[in-house]
Design a protein around this ligand. Structure first.
Ligand SMILES: N[C@@H](CCC(=O)N[C@@H](CS)C(=O)NCC(=O)O)C(=O)O
Length: 332
């Protein structure tokens, strides 16, 4: 685990000393957008036109942020248009690696490089910053389009519709303000909240993170008792962004990150909702518990120094979700 400094690798763990024990996620560096015609998106440069076979995704099956991108690739029928390399679940002193000695780890399918950091320095030999997944790569311009998952899923949601004919919209214009509001709370207190709890190195930082996390889970549970999805009867990106944290909750966050006031299976609505999203066409094949369990427990030496990978709970994700009833009562 480490970071690049002027293109050189430094093996360092997260710095929580300067922040009173708090984990702070750094901002991402490549912020260009693929658009239908190559016009620039909200940030970055233009010239990244949607084309079949031009782009490649580097992801980890373990990572909740990369998982968003894999889900949108599946939902939007992009499997045949954007190929994928899967990193090895162990993220050790060299950061993410392209080793293939773990089921499902593909290696670097574009260049055969050993480390994900080599993809970053290929895009910019003098780069400084963390080496994170997901990475959306442009084979034509030989560079990184984006390494910000929140933006990658919006590109996948809309840019390729002419190519795939899939016009399902998970970021509908009329709901955008509401989605933004939910995303904001879910990002800080849930998606990143579990990391703040898990990586905290002071009691205060941990206490604050778990309190905010469980307040938000209570709020989500109440919201989902009346609404089938976060924005009502229509599934949106807000749901998929929440899902990638919920699906990991009982397996890793509850134990490894000490988010243990309650388990997800103890919230009837959140648990039914998680099962419905898991059972959504195309989604279950994006969920790989082997990578999830192994990555967190094996990679975070500061939290789990003996690298024992626990057995994990037996989750019946295919049990009927019963979510068809929710919201229908009011409509009837
Ligand atoms: N803002 C990024 C965050 C991605 C991220 O933090 N990914 C983690 C894996 S779960 C990572 O690659 N961490 C490596 C590191 O921090 O050095 C996004 O959402 O795309």
């Amino acid at each position: 685990m480490g970071r690049l400094q002027n293109g050189e690798w430094q093996d360092v763990w997260y710095d929580t000393k300067s922040t009173g024990g708090k984990f702070e996620r750094t901002t991402t560096k490549f912020r260009n957008w693929i658009t239908p015609d190559g016009r620039p998106g909200p940030t970055g440069e233009g010239g990244f036109e949607a084309e079949s076979g031009r782009y490649h995704l580097f992801v980890s099956y373990a990572c909740p942020w990369a998982h968003r991108a894999l889900i949108f690739r599946a939902l939007k029928g992009l499997d045949a248009h954007i190929d994928v390399s899967i990193v090895h679940p162990e993220m050790l002193s060299d950061g993410w690696e392209f080793r293939t000695d773990f089921a499902g780890a593909t290696g670097d399918r574009l260049f055969g490089l050993p480390f994900l950091r080599d993809i970053y320095t290929r895009a910019d030999p003098k780069i400084s910053g963390r080496v994170t997944v997901p990475v959306l790569w442009d084979k034509q311009r030989d560079t990184i389009v984006s390494n910000e998952s929140a933006e990658i899923i919006r590109m996948l949601n809309g840019a390729f519709d002419e190519i795939t004919g899939n016009r399902d919209d998970y970021w509908p214009e009329a709901l955008r303000d509401g989605i933004e509001e939910v995303n904001e709370r879910v990002y800080h207190t849930v998606n990143n909240g579990v990391y703040k709890a898990g990586f905290a190195t002071s009691q205060e930082a941990y206490d604050e993170a778990v309190e905010d996390l469980f307040d938000s889970l209570d709020w989500l549970e109440a919201r989902l008792s009346e609404n089938r999805y976060l924005m009502g009867d229509r599934i949106t990106e807000a749901d998929w962004r929440l899902f990638t944290t919920l699906i990991r909750f009982d397996t890793v966050y509850h134990g490894h990150f000490k988010c243990n006031r309650a388990k997800l299976v103890e919230y009837p609505n959140l648990w039914g909702y998680t099962r419905e999203l898991y059972q959504w066409p195309g989604v279950a094949p994006t969920v790989h518990f082997g990578h999830i369990t192994h990555h967190y427990h094996y990679s975070h030496e500061t939290i789990n120094p003996h690298r024992i990978v626990p057995i994990g709970p037996d989750l019946d994700l295919m049990a009927p979700h019963g979510r068809d009833e929710i919201g229908a009562r009011d409509a009837a």
